[in-house]
Design a protein around this ligand. Structure first.
Ligand code: HEM
Length: 536
């Protein structure tokens, strides 16, 4: 028959109902999205009158500009210079996401110190790197963060750090011998320092955090190698990096069945399994021997894992007893938070030395004078810690070349900061370099490398919030003392033995400096940073 029978009519009706439902759903979705991404940010948001760039791309805001800028600090530094007195600068990002750039010293103080716990790290940060770190110090919030900080603070005490210092000395010595062995017959060479320092620092964090040589750490079945997994996770292929980036915006990690993603997930789970095995083995050793770190600090190097396990015995049964998973989270957090940042600081220190002969000579003189005052003997950590110019030098490197570039916060409630109403859910952009490079704070020579400025600071530059390389407040970097000891001991070893000089690439870059990797969470030269090293 030409006419539909009862069954066909029912199925046509069902199809058309489904279609109607789907189009209603799609329309509603579009209306909500249009409201959220167009109407609200442009016409309703209480933040829309704040200073900030307005030359936005449709729906993408400033995102294309940020992605294609020559450095991960641009265009934020430009905006900051344009509106130096504004506590916050508002910009739109992907999907017209409103973001407040923390700009002034006062705004840094309010967000990082006074109102620290009114903010959390946004989910996008956790999705970028949280599967490796877990909810350790970096990703814990509120009361849980206070608890973890309370338990872990003592780990980084001066006596504990001093017990770690022989490892910094030993690994720095090995690195300087490696350079020495690889110089040409005139005692000169040019090296891409990033891979050299990355290798050394993996050894350093292995020994100081886990008490093992990470180069030798393997899975129980010997099939997986820690260093290789770590390398693949943090130097991913373009596709794996792209997946991680997309996962930050839309969670796709657990549903994408392609090898670039599955391989990443295997590396993460193997890395965590290898560290878990380390923890279990050390638990057995600590339970058996009951060594206590007071004894170890006088007798030889210790490591943070052993210290955590010994402390744990005193917290047994209380809410401060860390579980095995929590310990693994903290250890991986220390390894990751400590490795890239210290490597970056060493690379930029070497670059700056090569570019500033005056600074290099002055630093070397301070070190050699101190050694001479010890009748040529080696400097203990206390001696190194007293070197004023070294201290100024390292702070100046971190003011201008802080390795951690970007972090974010999200307001967990409505609040008012520096007379600005910040609604719950607002994303805040914490750019470490904005504080360090601000002319309003550091004067017209803010862009120049002048270690002496640290002894003549005035006005806002004396505020702790003018220097954000390690952040500030309750979430200040817990590894600050650890990192400074590591960096200073290494520099003493290298500067006394070698002269740093400009490589041909550095000469070609001139004052503009090397091209930088962007987008990137770390300040890194694109394509490596070759620096000359010459035996003295
Ligand atoms: C020069 C080297 C280092 C620099 C420049 C640096 C910088 C920073 C910065 C800027 C933050 C704050 C991030 C944020 O709040 O979003 C931070 C946090 C942190 N850093 Fe470091 N860091 C360095 C070395 C280390 C080392 C060696 C360790 C561990 C051994 C470490 C462990 C941590 C941890 C656990 C946090 C989170 C603290 C918390 O939220 O309570 N860092 N670091």
């Amino acid at each position: 028959s030409k006419f539909p029978g009862p069954a066909q009519t029912t199925s046509t009706t069902t199809t058309s109902r489904l279609l109607r439902f789907a189009s209603c759903f799609a329309l509603q979705y579009l209306i909500i999205k249009a409201y959220r991404h167009v109407v609200y940010p442009h016409f309703l948001s209480p933040l829309r009158h704040l200073p900030g760039p307005t030359d936005n791309y449709p729906l993408l805001g400033q995102f294309p500009r940020i992605l294609t800028s020559p450095s991960p600090n641009e265009p934020f530094l430009t905006w900051s210079a344009k509106w130096p007195q504004s506590p916050f600068i508002r910009y739109l990002s992907l999907g017209n996401q409103e973001t407040l750039l923390i700009n002034t010293v006062d705004a840094h103080k309010e967000v990082l110190q006074t109102q620290c716990y009114a903010f959390k790290k946004p989910d996008l940060l956790f999705r970028l790197i949280g599967d490796v770190l877990g909810r350790g110090l970096v990703f814990s919030e509120g009361a849980e963060h206070r608890r973890q900080r309370r338990i872990l603070m003592g780990l980084f005490s001066t006596p504990n750090l001093k017990a770690l210092s022989p490892v910094f000395r030993e690994k720095g010595g090995l690195m300087s011998r490696w350079f020495d062995d690889n110089l040409d017959e005139d005692g000169r060479g040019v090296f891409d320092l990033l891979p050299c320092y990355a290798r050394m620092e993996l050894d350093v964090v292995g020994r100081t955090v886990l008490g093992v040589e990470l180069g030798n750490l393997k899975s129980a079945d010997q099939k997986w190698d820690f260093a290789a997994c770590y390398h693949r996770i943090f130097q991913p292929s373009t596709l794996t990096g792209l997946i991680t980036f997309i996962n930050g915006v839309v969670p796709i990690r657990n549903i994408l069945p392609i090898e670039a993603n599955l391989g990443y997930m295997r590396d993460v789970s193997q890395t965590r399994a290898m560290v878990t095995e380390c923890v279990r083995q050390r638990m057995r050793e600590v339970d058996e021997t009951r060594v206590h770190h007071e004894a170890q600090s006088s007798g030889g190097p210790s490591d943070l894992l052993t210290l955590i396990l010994e402390e744990r015995q005193t917290f047994k049964g209380s809410e401060d007893e860390l579980t095995e998973e929590e310990i693994v989270n903290q250890l991986l957090t220390f390894v990751v938070a400590g490795h890239e940042t210290t490597v970056g600081t060493l690379v930029w220190s070497s670059y700056v030395l090569a570019r500033n002969t005056r600074v290099q000579n002055k630093l070397r003189k301070e070190i050699l004078d101190a050694i001479a005052s010890k009748d040529g003997g080696s400097l203990a950590w206390e001696d190194i810690d007293r070197l004023q110019y070294l201290n100024d030098f390292v702070r100046e490197v971190l003011r201008l070349y802080a390795p951690a570039v970007i972090s974010y916060r999200e307001a967990i409630k409505d609040l008012t900061i520096c007379d600005t109403f910040v609604p719950k859910g607002t994303l805040l952009h914490f750019s470490v370099h904005l504080a360090g490079r601000s002319k309003a704070t550091w004067g017209d020579d803010a862009e120049q490398f002048i270690p002496e400025r640290w002894d003549n600071r005035q006005g806002e530059a004396t505020s702790p919030y003018a220097f954000e390389a390690f952040s500030n407040g309750p979430r200040v970097c817990i590894g600050r003392g650890f990192a400074l000891m590591n960096v200073k001991m290494y520099l003493v070893e290298m500067v006394r033995r070698f002269r740093f000089f400009e490589s041909p690439e550095m000469k070609a870059w001139g004052d503009a400096g090397p091209p930088l990797l962007n987008p990137s969470f770390a300040l890194m030269a694109k394509g490596g940073l070759n620096v000359g090293i010459e035996r003295i």
